[in-house]
Design a protein around this ligand. Structure first.
Ligand code: GLU
Length: 283
């Protein structure tokens, strides 16, 4: 049987809610059905928002839910050297350029997974003289991935595609042509804030040998960018299985601020894990 390795990769920036429970159970059940492996990864690169108690909470909530995972659990905060190596590899091929937009402008691009489509940003490299001047002034900058340079460097840029075994928000499924350009030239690293979600996720999915990325369909757009990064870094593209989102009774998405609905709170109220599993469609 072909290997099947999937992962659940929460960011410890809040307590888990029903949506996370559904995602973790979906991946875990798929691994069991395929006789494969289920891995956990803590995406804790956004140091300003991650807290140790949320990491502990992830372990407690998942254990309560009946999910089992392999140990040790990798934490992205300890994987800096691997990310720097990937950035250096892209840089040495002229695929990145420095962008001096303000910290506030690029903050949103760093560390957080873009749930939903992001508006395209393509500032382009500065003229060499202006760049030198700004570097000399000590202005902060970010590395952006140049779509133009990627297109030139990669023979099969237009033919990039990935397999979607689940379904995207617009019914996307099957072999999907990658459109990495819809987000513009994405930020991959920032001088003072480390690397971006896209870079860390792609490097770690390959490092962990992930064959199937199972996650909410609000992250389908991310697969388009991640597919390009995998091709540029010579990494395999996993199969994607985006699943529907569990919505609140009012039709809105669960958010980490809905504290009354966290798994921790349900546990405290005495809700049995089996009842939540059944509500979410799992035995
Ligand atoms: N850490 C991401 C999140 O919290 C998950 C990203 C992924 O599964 O690729 O949404």
């Amino acid at each position: 049987m072909a290997a099947f390795v999937t992962r659940f990769a929460p960011s410890p920036t809040g307590w888990l809610h029903r949506g996370h429970a559904f995602s973790a159970l979906t991946g875990w059940a798929a691994a069991r059905e395929a006789g494969g492996r289920f891995l956990l990864r803590l995406e804790d690169i956004d140091t300003a928002r991650c807290r140790p108690e949320f990491s502990d909470g992830i372990f407690e909530d998942l254990a309560w839910l009946g999910v089992t995972w392999e140990t040790p659990v990798p934490r992205q905060s300890t994987r800096g050297a691997a990310y720097v190596a990937a950035i250096d590899a892209l840089r040495s091929r002229g695929l990145l350029y420095r962008c001096f937009r303000t910290r506030k402008e690029t903050m949103a691009d760093i560390g957080r997974a873009p749930h939903g489509a992001a508006a395209p940003v393509t500032p382009g490299p500065l003229p060499a003289a202006e760049e030198s001047e700004r570097l000399a002034r000590g202005d902060p900058w970010a590395w952006r991935l140049s779509l133009d340079a990627s297109r030139q460097s990669l023979g099969g840029f237009e033919a990039l595609c990935f397999v979607e075994e689940g379904e995207g928000p617009r019914g996307e499924r099957g072999a999907i042509a990658a459109r990495p350009g819809t987000a513009g030239d994405v930020v991959l690293a920032r001088k003072d804030l480390g690397v971006s979600y896209h870079l860390a996720a792609v490097v770690d999915d390959a490092h962990q040998g992930v064959t199937h990325v199972i996650r909410g369909r609000d992250l389908l757009e991310a697969a388009h960018i991640q597919c390009l990064l995998q091709a540029l870094l010579g990494l395999p593209t996993p199969i994607y299985r985006h699943h529907p989102l569990i919505l609140r009774p009012d039709g809105k998405r669960f958010a980490k601020r809905d504290t009354a609905e966290t798994l921790r709170e349900l546990r405290a109220q005495g809700v049995p894990a089996a009842a939540l599993r059944a509500e979410l469609g799992f035995r």
